[in-house]
Design a protein around this ligand. Sequence first.
Ligand SMILES: Nc1nc(=O)c2c([nH]1)NC[C@@H]1CN(c3ccc(C(=O)N[C@@H](CCC(=O)O)C(=O)O)cc3)CN21
Ligand SMILES: CC(C)C(=O)C(=O)O
Ligand SMILES: [Mg+2]
Length: 292
Amino acid sequence: MTLQAAPKQAADSSAGTDPKALYGGKSTRRITVHDIAAAKERGEKWPMLTAYDAMTASVFDEAGIPVMLVGDSMGNTHLGYDTTVPVTMDEMTLLSAAVVRGTKRALVVGDLPFGSYQEGPVQALRNATRLVKEAGVGAVKLEGGERSLPQTEMLVQAGIPVMSHLGLTPQSVNTMGYRVQGRGDEAAHQLLRDAKAAQNAGAFAVVLELVPAGLAAEVTRSLHIPTIGIGAGPDTDAQVLVWTDMAGLTGGKVPRFTKQYANLRQSLGDAARAFADDVVGGAFPAEEHTFH
Ligand SMILES: Nc1nc(=O)c2c([nH]1)NC[C@@H]1CN(c3ccc(C(=O)N[C@@H](CCC(=O)O)C(=O)O)cc3)CN21
Ligand SMILES: CC(C)C(=O)C(=O)O
Ligand SMILES: [Mg+2]
């Protein structure tokens, strides 16, 4: 007989789903890359969200989001940069550690930022090791297939699970722009080669960003590791969004591939204005907020 802890977040929406499911399943222990591999064999689709702080991460963890990415998109969302290019290892390590502390169940994946792995496998191993040891992430992500092959192989050999990121790779914005990738026969074949290279090097999953849906479907069929789409159509194994985009907190332009599930920018602004009005008008603090 085995003893099993009662699930803390037995969601009503999970009734009837596979107890092993990544989302809606029964397990409360931390999810591993083996659980991710098993989900592809079951044909299960799963969600991933970015997270950049402990409190938000705990909300997504309690909601059952099985994989959280501490994206270098923190450059745009949390640090006020125009691109992900300036993000440093210190910034990644600080926020990744917070997300790990805020989660009990999710697999936390840390992005390797621009300049932290491009020099070669030794640099990649040094910085990935830092995210694993100092922040406690369960895996790291790096951009590039064939071009990042030595780095991927080195990390996998060292025992660090690697998620690969193909298609639009925002760290290359200065050469690539933010355009759909993999259009045309040659570019499509290169993307397939990149995906195969990542898989052969031992990557456990591949992000496909801003690629045509048909190509993403073909890559998904061609690989035994899961594909995670963002702007890659409906036929990838998983989907990822930047959380501030999907919750309507991001100001200004949001990529067309985002669906907005809340309007936090509006509600947070409303709360700030209501507080300010109460202070100016003398309605806050009231008697119940006051000590005598
Ligand atoms: N808040 C945020 N969300 C993201 O998804 C995101 C970031 N930041 N920062 C890093 C990268 C940059 N990303 C981007 C940025 C812009 C487009 C964009 O403007 N795309 C065009 C499509 C262009 C085409 O058709 O080729 C669009 O209309 O959405 C896409 C991805 C994705 N990542
Ligand atoms: C959008 C995802 C895949 C990412 O790399 C990030 O958030 O930095
Ligand atoms: Mg990123």
